[in-house]
Design a protein around this ligand. Structure first.
Ligand SMILES: CC(C)(COP(=O)(O)OP(=O)(O)OC[C@H]1O[C@@H](n2cnc3c(N)ncnc32)[C@H](O)[C@@H]1OP(=O)(O)O)[C@@H](O)C(=O)NCCC(=O)NCCS
Length: 512
């Protein structure tokens, strides 16, 4: 906006000069740029131009010429006045009173500086360590032994829990088991779903930490999905019972055989949704919240799918490369200051790690929430593509947590926050309970695979509550936004260094 308003007076002045001057006051190059249309306009207004034979037209031309002469005289006067005074009452652009808001150039400068300083870091890193990128090494992070695939086997076993949930729901829908028995069976299923993989990861020596994170990640997603599946089917039964009380038999919930995942999209009602196809569609769909009829996109766009696939493959390689080349050496170099408890060097290492860590996190965000989720959604014709919102504009910590990971946020709202709020629990208690649950899962996903319980992830998540209060109470607008960014940029490397330090001490430092 500021850009346009700045340009307007200049444009007007330039146009006036090019149309009134009988002799070209504009340099030749400017004429060339003005194009045919502008030259034609100048020519048409020249006095004494005898192209028309009609007398009326000549009269008009004469009048026009007189007007031009008058306006030339007026403009000549203006020009002389302009020459005499050259100052206007105005503020400097950078003072806030000027109302100037167009900082596009400054933003570009920031990007250029960022690229240049990172290019320097990149070169420094290459000179210091050489090329550390090794794609084969990634495989060893998942497998210790090429003939043993514990994480994958664990993931395959998870199928049993899906089947258990489906059969419990089928029996509940038929009325062969009571609601309380069904709830108990779901409770056993979901508890085992969390305990069994963690016990396996903790006891199996062939399981690597990365393999463990992968397997537990799959089980956590499964837990959240099956919890949602149980809740939604229960709500459907409640609705069926309440309708059955009010409607006649002929109007009560008709069962339709086609469900989520079928080739022909049709509306399904309970218990027509209790099929293998429906539950497996939900298991692979990029959402944690179950619905009987997901919104579906009309067709698979091949070019969109290929673009997302290309992004997924490229960004995956980039992530691996950045971790191996940039993050690992920085973490390794941080061990000594942490062991010596040298605070100034610890701070320096932590800030050094903050840059690659943050960059990797941003790339990961795009890779997971945009490329991968859209790829799966497109493939499954899953219509709801709101996987994230504009978290980068967060001015409060709660806005960030409600907008960066929409599948988890939606699940938290639908299956945890709102149900406990409906029971009369206050907003702050409900919010604390959600963060407590989230902190538990964060710790579960880190501590179990690393086989050490330090609670850094748990505390990091719980620290969001006082941080949220502080930011909303004392910081507004851009300051709030900066506080959210700082907490992201600094908070994560602190947690990474804490875990790495403890893991290193536990496994590589000889115990006296
Ligand atoms: C805790 C959390 C759910 C709060 O979300 P929020 O959007 O700030 O919650 P709000 O208090 O604004 O309420 C949200 C909705 O709850 C509903 N709600 C509010 N009070 C309610 C009540 N008393 N009863 C029922 N529903 C209620 C409303 O529908 C409201 O929606 P609206 O905004 O359209 O009015 C959110 O911060 C969160 O998801 N945190 C955890 C995120 C997380 O751990 N992510 C992990 C990513 S790795």
């Amino acid at each position: 906006m500021g850009d346009r308003s700045d340009r307007v007076p200049m444009m007007t002045r330039r146009t006036r000069r090019s149309t009134i001057g009988p002799t070209p006051a504009v340099p030749h190059s400017q004429h060339a740029n003005s194009g045919c249309k502008q030259q034609g306009t100048v020519g048409d207004k020249q006095p004494g131009y005898t192209r028309h034979s009609n007398g009326k037209v000549k009269e008009e031309e004469k009048q026009e010429a007189d007007e031009t002469v008058t306006s030339t005289t007026r403009n000549e006067k203006n020009r002389i006045t302009e020459r005499l005074s050259c100052h206007v009452l105005q503020e400097s652009l950078l003072s806030s009173a000027s109302g100037y808001r167009n900082y596009r150039g400054i933003l570009n400068w920031c990007v250029v500086m960022l690229v240049l300083s990172n290019a320097r870091l990149f070169l420094e890193n290459l000179i210091k360590y050489g090329i550390l990128v090794d794609p084969i090494q990634v495989v060893s992070l998942f497998l210790k032994d090429p003939y043993s695939w514990p994480a994958l086997c664990l993931v395959i076993v998870s199928n049993t829990f899906i089947m258990a949930a489906l059969y419990t729901e089928r029996r509940l829908s038929l009325g062969t088991i009571s609601e309380s028995t069904g709830t108990f069976l779901h409770f056993v299923n979901l508890t085992t779903l969390l305990c069994f993989p963690s016990a396996t990861v903790l006891t199996l020596t062939s399981m690597t930490p990365v393999g463990g994170v992968f397997a537990l990640g799959v089980y956590t997603i499964l837990f959240l999905k099956l919890y949602s599946y149980k809740d939604v089917n229960m709500w459907c039964r409640e609705m069926r019972h309440s309708r059955a009380r009010t409607l006649t038999r002929s109007h009560s919930c008709p069962s339709v055989a086609r469900s989520n995942g079928s080739a022909v999209h049709s509306h399904v009602t309970y218990p027509g949704n209790l099929t293998h196809r429906d539950i497996y569609y939900f298991m692979v769909a990029p959402t944690l919240c179950y619905e009987l009829n997901f919104p579906r996109s009309p067709r698979i766009r091949k070019s969109f799918l290929l673009r997302r696939l290309f992004e997924m493959l490229f960004l995956m390689q980039l992530l691996i490369g950045l971790v191996q080349q940039w993050m690992v050496p920085t973490i390794q170099n941080s061990m000594k200051p942490f062991q010596d408890m040298d605070f100034s060097r610890m701070m320096e290492r932590m800030l050094k790690l903050a840059v690659p860590n943050h960059l990797i996190w941003l790339i990961f965000f795009y890779w997971f929430f945009h490329s991968s989720m859209n790829f799966v959604a497109e493939l499954l014709q899953f219509g709801d593509r709101e996987f994230y919102r504009d978290w980068w504009n967060s001015e409060t910590v709660t806005y960030f947590w409600s907008n960066w990971n929409i599948p988890v946020h939606k699940w938290c709202l639908r299956h945890f926050y709102q149900p406990i709020m409906r029971r009369g629990v206050s907003k702050w208690v409900a919010r604390t309970a959600v963060f407590l649950l989230s902190a538990f899962f964060h710790e579960y996903l880190v501590s179990v695979p690393l086989k050490m319980f330090r609670l850094w992830a748990f505390m990091g998540m719980m620290a969001q509550i006082p941080l949220a209060w502080f930011v909303s109470r004392f910081l507004r607008g851009n300051y709030g936004n900066a506080a959210v960014w700082i907490s992201l940029i600094i908070g994560q490397p602190v947690a990474v260094l804490m875990y790495f330090h403890d893991y290193y001490v536990l496994h590589y430092v000889p115990q006296s």
